[in-house]
Design a protein around this ligand. Structure first.
Ligand code: Z5A
Length: 233
């Protein structure tokens, strides 16, 4: 497997659009991403007057949604390399067709439900392709654009299973892979957090929904006020 070098990591940058922000949420199944994204969107729109757009990955474009269905509904095994390229092509389309255009509109916040880190963790670490190999696939504009902030909602395997049981939906391609796969995902996310310690904010998502929401809002306040200070300078 390839080495993750400083040079490789430093080619990943947040997009520079004055007054606009790009955020993502990460975590294993049932971590509470959709729940927290809905709460954050409401807060940013009503309390901060931002224009907030939410996209999910894979998906977010007509092409991406077709890929999502193809990947998550498959009953046959896909190689980790094929998976990585499929997710990257959905992401590439989302960035070019939507993200860059929308971020250029001032006062916009884009929130992605999963993004690059999911590929690093699922394909790179848990499926064994290698984190550097997945970074390499993304080391070309615009795939090398990363969020200003990523919230990693960390839960254990037991909590994930308990929350899935309540939902009682049929298992998709990744959900069917079992406990050992989920354990690898958690190790993978901790590893990615070490690689990008400033961008990725790790949150204990075993706590209750309101507590997590408050922690997220505090971090967001810091991001927004730091950016305003920069603009004022
Ligand atoms: N994938 C990949 O391999 N590579 C990639 O690059 C990308 C994706 C982009 C997409 O999953 C799959 O694609 C995913 C990785 C792979 N595979 N898996 N597994 P998805 O989008 O279909 O599913 P998900 O991301 O795992 O979403 P989810 O299951 O809906 O989880 P969530 O959004 O994090 O959770 P939630 O819907 O907000 O909450 C789940 C339940 O828990 C719900 O009943 C809530 O009311 C409850 N909940 C939420 N928070 C709490 C707290 N704090 N306490 C108690 N209960 C809570």
């Amino acid at each position: 497997m390839k080495e993750i070098t400083h040079d490789l990591l430093s080619s990943f940058r947040a997009p520079a659009f004055p007054g606009s922000f790009f955020l993502s949420f990460e975590g294993i199944e049932g971590a509470g991403k959709s729940t927290q994204i809905a709460n954050l969107k409401k807060y940013l729109e009503t309390e901060k007057n931002y224009r907030v757009l939410v996209f999910r990955e894979p998906g977010g474009t007509a092409f991406g949604e077709k890929l999502r269905q193809a990947i998550l509904d498959t009953k046959t095994e896909i190689t980790p390399l094929a998976e990585a390229h499929l997710f990257a092509s959905s992401r590439s389309q989302l960035i070019s067709e939507v993200l860059l255009k929308e971020l250029a509109v001032p006062n916009t916040i884009i929130i992605c439900d999963r993004y690059l880190d999911s590929s690093l963790v699922y394909q790179g670490h848990a499926r064994g392709l290698g984190v550097a190999e997945v970074l390499d696939i993304h080391n070309i504009f615009p795939l090398n654009l990363v969020p200003h902030l990523t919230f990693y909602l960390r839960i254990g395997v037991e909590t994930s299973e308990a929350r899935q049981k309540i939902r009682n939906a049929p298992k998709d391609y990744f959900e069917a892979k079992g406990i050992e796969f989920y354990k690898k995902l958690i190790i993978g996310y901790d590893l990615i957090h070490e690689l990008f310690p400033h961008r990725i904010i790790k949150i204990d998502a075993e706590k209750n929904i309101d507590h997590i929401n408050q922690e997220i809002l505090q971090t967001i306040e810091n991001l927004l006020s730091a950016r305003v200070d920069q603009i004022d300078e």
